[in-house]
Write a protein that binds this ligand. Structure first.
Ligand SMILES: [Zn+2]
Ligand SMILES: [Zn+2]
Length: 137
């Protein structure tokens, strides 16, 4: 079974959507909250924490991602976000490092993603979700 995305386009600031085709048939839509997608299918390795700018190279064990690839450092996720993604409300896991042979074909992004959290806007969302498991939000 082969699935692929085509017609990737931005819908609004900070998000993208694409039609999803499986074996040549249009099966639906896919999307995410990342604006710059040089490679629409594989995980986007952002080089820094989107809030504080801490560098998060591929091999960093402090890179945390949500299911939409919003990327923050471990400290921001623990102390500031309390495991609530300010963009999608989901939880975080440690980003898996890409192996060297994969990096040669699909290198980490060199685009700086810096979108410091608007705490005033984020706090109500955090309050509502922080006590729920990510799958229950
Ligand atoms: Zn950070
Ligand atoms: Zn997110």
């Amino acid at each position: 079974m082969q699935a692929f995305l085509f017609k990737v386009y931005e819908t609004q600031m900070g998000s993208w959507t694409a039609d999803l085709k499986i074996q040549g048939f249009k099966m639906g839509k896919a999307g995410g909250c990342c604006l710059y997608l040089p490679y629409p299918i594989m995980l986007l390795l952002k080089p820094n924490c989107e809030h504080c700018g801490t560098l998060l190279p591929n091999n960093s064990e402090d890179a945390m991602i949500c299911s939409y690839e919003c990327t923050f450092c471990r400290n921001c996720v623990a102390d500031l976000l309390e495991n609530v993604c300010p963009n999608c409300g989901g939880g975080f896991v440690q980003r898996p490092p890409r192996p060297a042979m994969g990096l040669r074909r699909h290198p980490a992004s060199t685009v700086t993603y810096l979108k410091p959290i608007d705490m005033q806007a984020f706090l109500p969302l955090k309050k509502r979700l922080v006590h729920l498991a990510p799958t229950e939000r």
